[in-house]
Write a protein that binds this ligand. Structure first.
Ligand code: ZN
Length: 225
């Protein structure tokens, strides 16, 4: 008669327990690895797997490569409205404004928001970094005042109504200075396409990278100043 005695390791857990635990863990699917690797493409995952580039990268190769809802939604874009509209504004007359944030990671200077102001006529870009959302109205007011010191005549600002950074003080100030506030339809960023488009450009990433040097950066076309 043969009696099998399970061996014990240093932790006191026998091999039977460990094997039972291991078998209870399912081999990760393609979908789970897609999420673990920050939503990398399935073709990229396949390449990593086939070339054995990562240790312990075991995958259930029969698992389906399902469409990821987060990836599909993140890649959806809507073309700005009225691209063929001729902008015949003068420099400083109309400014497109958009507020972004709150970002979960603060910058070196402790900022979690940025506000983007784009001149409609020249595409003059001003980017200010904010610690608080409540600072946004003051930055708008400062920018519009700055325009007047440069002999510009600000007549209107276009803002994303969904951002809700406007407050009564700024609205009153604009009203007193004859500046019209044009709000887009809530949650329709395409209507504020100028400011939205800037965020997707290389110029914008240039601006963001210069945040380490100051809290305000500008791109000034020669025709503006
Ligand atoms: Zn994804």
């Amino acid at each position: 008669m043969c009696l099998y005695l399970p061996s014990c390791n240093r932790t006191g857990r026998n091999n039977f327990e460990q094997h039972a635990f291991a078998s209870s863990l399912r081999t990760p699917t393609w979908e789970s690895w897609h999420k673990r690797f920050g939503h990398i493409s399935y073709s990229g995952l396949q390449c990593l797997h086939d070339l054995w580039l990562i240790d312990s990268f075991t995958v259930d190769e029969q698992s389906p490569k399902l469409d990821c809802i987060a990836c599909v939604e993140a890649k959806q874009t809507v073309k700005p409205f009225g691209k063929d509209i001729i902008h015949n504004t003068t420099p400083g007359e109309l400014t497109h404004i958009d507020l972004w944030g709150k970002y979960p990671i603060t910058s070196i200077h402790g900022n979690q928001y940025y506000i983007l102001m784009v001149d409609d006529s020249t595409r003059y870009v001003t980017l200010n970094f904010l610690k608080l959302k409540s600072q946004a109205p003051k930055h708008v007011q400062n920018y519009l005042t700055y325009l007047t010191t440069k002999n510009k005549r600000p007549c209107a600002i276009q803002v994303d109504c969904g951002s809700k950074f406007l407050n009564a003080q700024l609205e009153n100030w604009c009203h007193e200075n004859g500046i019209q506030i044009e709000a887009t339809v809530p949650y329709s960023p395409s209507q504020n396409g100028v400011a939205e488009h800037i965020v997707t450009t290389e110029v914008f990433f240039f601006l963001l990278t210069h945040q380490t040097a100051c809290d305000r950066v500008q791109i000034l076309p020669d025709s503006f100043v």
